[in-house]
Design a protein around this ligand. Structure first.
Ligand code: AMP
Length: 289
């Protein structure tokens, strides 16, 4: 496994690979790798000839009051995970290498970046879109793997890749969960034992709500309200949002007639956690008026 700090050297390696007929897979991460990240590396390993993992805590996607300085980091362990999962390359550039100028040019995520998480994290998805655009330009033609755990991020990146004609196939991968249902996240390290137990309320609310959608509930607002109530009933939680939205447009769904994205976010102590699932009405829309 080769570890690059230099963007130029990493790019040259991928250019050489493609010239030799080896198609690359890219797994962008912010490090502190867990089984969710490992599942992306495994997906890339099974579908691509060369697997590159990027590890970069992107300052542009953190708000001024957010946890950039405290964000967990462990490069030695991350490199061991990448090696164990069979990655060929790790790109781990410093901030100076990624942003030699203070990022005067940014990609806007537009309206998709303003709803849901974007409402409480202004500028976050512009920061995500900017760093992913850079990574796509650095890597060149490839498949790029992202987790559906960050469903809004995936929608923003798919839209960006289409809108800006990146020669990149964006691949979404399933959410990996801990035994109690909590979605794996680097930020789970912030949780106390009590908060970790409480965090399962997000998944429980999603499971209950998706069950209702599948068994015929068609009122999107009622589904969103139910998830909000369940999350609020957990004493160690400060809810942010609970929403039932269109999976592509991320707009609230009033009447559920096809697949919907159920998305939730809440604070557990100092950690803001998110989770989501897709729910599909089992019998489709009722016919007639
Ligand atoms: P992060 O390091 O948190 O920026 O995440 C890097 C990539 O891993 C993103 O595409 C995430 O969606 C994905 N990811 C994070 N947590 C999970 C998880 N629990 N299951 C699947 N993918 C995940």
């Amino acid at each position: 496994m080769r570890v690059f700090q230099s963007i130029g050297e990493f790019r040259a390696a991928l250019v050489a690979d493609r010239a030799a007929g080896r198609f690359p897979g890219l797994v962008p991460t912010m490090g502190y790798l867990h089984d969710g990240h490992a599942s992306l590396i495994r997906a890339a390993r099974s579908q691509c000839d060369v697997v590159a993992v990027s590890i970069f805590v992107n300052p542009l996607q953190f708000g001024p009051a957010e946890d950039l300085a405290a964000y967990p980091r462990d490069m030695d362990r991350d490199l061991a995970v990448c090696e164990a999962e069979g990655a060929d390359y790790v790109l781990a550039p410093g901030v100076e290498e990624m942003y030699p100028e203070p990022a005067p040019v940014r990609v806007s995520a537009g309206r998709l970046g303003e709803v849901l998480c974007g409402a409480s994290r202004p500028g976050h998805f512009d920061g995500v879109a900017t760093v992913v655009a850079k990574l796509f330009n650095i890597a060149g033609p490839c498949r790029a793997y992202f987790g559906r755990k960050d469903a809004q991020q995936l929608v923003v990146i798919r839209q960006m890749a289409r809108a800006l004609d990146f020669p990149v196939e964006v691949v979404g991968c399933p959410t990996v969960r801990e035994a109690g249902g909590v979605a794996m996240s680097s930020r789970n390290v912030y949780l106390s034992d009590g908060e970790r137990g409480a965090a399962a309320v997000l998944y429980k609310a999603l499971v209950e709500a998706s069950g209702l959608v599948e068994s015929g509930e068609r009122d999107g607002a009622r589904i969103a309200a139910l998830m909000g109530e369940r999350i609020s009933s957990e004493p160690l939680t400060r809810p942010d949002y609970a929403a039932c939205v269109d999976p592509a447009a991320l707009e609230d769904v009033a009447r559920i007639e096809g697949p919907v994205l159920l998305a939730v976010a809440a604070w557990f102590g100092g950690a803001r956690l998110i989770d989501n699932t897709t729910a599909t009405p089992r019998y489709g829309a009722p016919s007639g008026g």
